[in-house]
Design a protein around this ligand. Structure first.
Ligand SMILES: Nc1ncnc2c1ncn2[C@@H]1O[C@H](COP(=O)(O)OP(=O)(O)OP(=O)(O)O)[C@@H](O)[C@H]1O
Length: 359
């Protein structure tokens, strides 16, 4: 399949990546057409690891698509397959209408260099190069002239608010600053698709939170198409437009954070999300509905990404309805205090800035 569905930049269907002695065998035989769950089970029984088992999803242009799951659930393997750092055993992948499994090694290198940006947990900076040189490095690989690449690198450093540290070596920068350099470097070639694999996991919680805010600020500005990996449900809920939740190589639910939290697909998802404080994770936009024409509440329209907890003082003071900012050209949105209260009633939770989930 080479088609990418309308609106999707990246699309994959029935992807399998299996580690073990003879992974291809299962897909070369007619036996493949069995239930994916049963095949994954059989693979495990016969000494293989189905690291990605029958994954299908589309990533829409401009969205933050978060892949979430516990350690070993297959997140990194899936992303490595999508960028074809690993070859899959079965399935199809298309990116901007190009069949990623069919392209030559050379075309693939070009796609990775020009259209894909990657950020990893280990910042991966070259220790003997300055911040500016690190950011300019991928442009050098593309053959860009020195003056042009340094100008672009400086622009990227300004974007991540490190314009004044261009001459610093990585060892002279904090962890958060080093990751900002990693982000600037990955953005320098202006990729269409941006992969981030646990980019903030090595940072302490306060810096991590700042980096998440920074990341959202950048995304508002750049509107990239993003695949973001995390094992932290709170991070996923803060950042995602949609979340794909993985378990044992399988994607068990895809949905907005609110859908995952309020309508979990099964008991595993419910348990995984049980400790999340809904007041922090559910956003105004999740509960807002289209206002009856002429009846939008007065007052400034609120940010749809703000968590519902921000409204608690007004609700406690008796306000019943709120205006929520709609997308350009869309009808006005209204949020009823009762909808917020209904969610809060479900929020059994202790304060959960959690990284927990079922083990
Ligand atoms: N090269 C490999 N050879 C054999 N097994 C592998 C290989 N790479 C990954 N695996 C296995 O595949 C499964 C998925 O691993 P993966 O690294 O994708 O998980 P993850 O969800 O990204 O975990 P983490 O959050 O710990 O990085 C694990 O069981 C892992 O041991």
């Amino acid at each position: 399949m080479t088609e990418t569905p309308a609106g999707a930049l990246l699309s994959c269907r029935n992807l399998w990546k299996v580690f073990g002695p003879r992974p291809g065998w299962y897909f070369d035989t007619a036996g493949y057409r069995i239930d994916p769950e049963a095949l994954a089970e059989r693979l495990r029984r016969e000494g293989h690891i189905p690291a990605v088992a029958d994954a299908s999803f589309d990533v829409q242009a401009g969205e933050i698509f978060v892949i979430m799951g516990l350690s070993g659930s297959g997140k990194s393997t899936l992303v490595r397959c999508l960028s074809r750092l690993l070859d899959v055993e079965h399935g199809s992948m298309s990116f901007e209408g190009v069949d990623l499994r069919a392209v030559s090694g050379r075309e693939l290198t070009e796609i990775r260099r020009r259209k894909m940006g990657m950020v990893f947990q280990s910042f991966g900076l070259l220790p003997h190069l300055t911040a500016l040189e690190n950011v300019a490095f991928p442009l050098k690989l593309r053959g860009m002239a020195r003056a042009a690449r340094e100008a672009r690198a400086q622009e990227m450093l300004e974007l991540v608010e490190l314009g004044g540290r261009a001459g610093a070596l990585p060892s002279e920068l904090s962890g958060g600053q080093q990751q900002r350099i990693g982000i600037a470097r990955s953005l320098a070639p202006d990729p269409d698709l941006w992969f981030l694999d646990e980019p903030f996991s090595a940072l302490d919680p306060l810096i991590r939170r700042q980096m998440q805010d920074e990341f959202l600020r950048l995304q508002r500005q750049l509107k990239k198409t993003i695949v973001f990996i995390t094992h932290d449900i709170m991070e996923a809920c803060r950042l995602a437009d949609r979340i794909a939740l993985m378990r044992g190589g399988r994607i068990i639910q895809i949905g907005t954070p609110a859908e995952i939290l309020l309508s979990p697909a099964d008991s595993y998802v419910a348990e995984f999300t049980a400790d999340v404080a809904l007041s922090r994770a559910i956003r105004l936009g999740d509960l807002a509905v289209t206002a009856v024409p002429g009846e939008a509440p007065a007052g400034p329209a609120l940010n749809p990404r703000a968590p519902i907890e921000t409204l608690l003082p007004e609700i406690a003071a008796g306000q019943k309805r709120f205006a929520v900012e709609a997308a350009p050209g869309q009808p006005a949105l209204v949020l009823e205090a009762e909808a917020v209260l209904a969610v809060l009633r479900r929020d059994a939770g202790p304060d959960a800035g959690c990284e927990s989930g079922p083990r």
